[in-house]
Design a protein around this ligand. Structure first.
Ligand SMILES: NC(=O)c1ccc[n+]([C@@H]2O[C@H](COP(=O)([O-])OP(=O)(O)OC[C@H]3O[C@@H](n4cnc5c(N)ncnc54)[C@H](O)[C@@H]3O)[C@@H](O)[C@H]2O)c1
Length: 249
């Protein structure tokens, strides 16, 4: 006897575009969390915490002003920003331990505010804890807003191999807040633009021409041009590659 098991996994999630997501009047997180008063644990990239003094308190104040959206089960936890958090298992253990001691379960949420590395590391731990705690991403770099944060992958580095351990685990929701990009170092601002060129070359000729026309504005940190770039990349992320590559020429 043989039984064929077939499991189809279908994910969908919303990507919001806003400014000042933790402004007291901003309703986006409330839309995502609903009114079930879930337990929420917040992780914040240390680079963001340094560039935005008081951000951890501002996050706490947002939840104080929206008690129906959920309960912050701990003060905000700061995670070392950049690749270090993906390289060092001591940091990963701290992330995991905090999920344990705050008694997160599968009804809870992890809210991650940071660059691609912190999103990858905390998202990875969330995705393997209790076989998956829902996580919400607030990406704070250009690359994470136009690529890694809006996608489905998590990962950490091991044995000198990048993303050696990782999962496919989409976020429950993503909030791109353009204001965060103002404090990026020039290198990180430009790194995300190069990703947009890559996506445009592969998927969308007219977008590529637009990027070429706006190259100067983008490199001079024009926010309007950047906003369009990020939205377009997020839209293209879900678009399949054209079967006929001649379309690109
Ligand atoms: N999961 C995926 O699909 C995917 C795709 C592409 C890349 N990645 C991963 O993303 C990582 C790179 O991410 P990244 O380019 O976002 O950089 P990053 O996360 O390494 O951050 C770069 C630096 O900027 C700081 N920072 C973050 N936001 C800031 C802000 N708003 N203001 C000031 N400083 C800020 C960080 O603390 C860090 O020091 C790599 O680990 C890469 O493997 C993942």
């Amino acid at each position: 006897m043989k039984i064929e098991q077939r499991i189809t996994v279908d994910f969908s999630y919303d990507i919001y575009f806003t400014r000042d997501v933790f402004g007291p009047e901003n309703p986006i997180l409330q839309n995502i969390f609903g009114h079930g008063k879930p337990r929420i644990l917040v992780f914040l990239d240390s680079g963001v915490a340094a560039a935005w003094p008081g951000m951890e308190h501002r996050i706490g104040e947002w939840f104080d002003a929206h008690p129906q959206s959920g309960e912050m089960v701990s003060p905000v936890i700061i995670v070392p920003g950049g690749e270090q958090c993906k390289n060092d298992f001591e940091y990963l253990k701290v992330i995991a331990r905090n999920m344990r001691i705050t008694k997160l379960d599968r009804h809870s949420y992890v809210l991650i505010v940071g660059g691609g590395a912190v999103l990858d590391a905390v998202g990875f731990i969330a995705s393997i804890t209790h076989r998956g705690i829902r996580h919400i991403r607030i990406p704070t770099t250009v690359l994470s807003q136009n690529d890694s944060g809006v996608g489905v992958k998590n990962g950490v580095n091991l044995f000198d191999a990048k993303n050696y351990f990782g999962t496919f685990s989409p976020a429950y929701g993503v909030v791109n807040d353009l204001n965060f990009l103002r404090t990026l170092k020039l290198r990180d601002w430009r790194a995300g633009i190069s990703e947009a060129f890559k996506v445009a070359i592969i998927k969308d000729r007219s977008f590529l021409l637009e990027l070429v026309n706006k190259a100067k504005k983008l490199s001079e940190r024009n926010e309007g041009a950047m906003e369009i770039l990020i939205r377009r990349c997020a839209q293209l992320y879900r678009k399949k590659l054209p079967l006929d590559f001649k379309q690109l020429i």
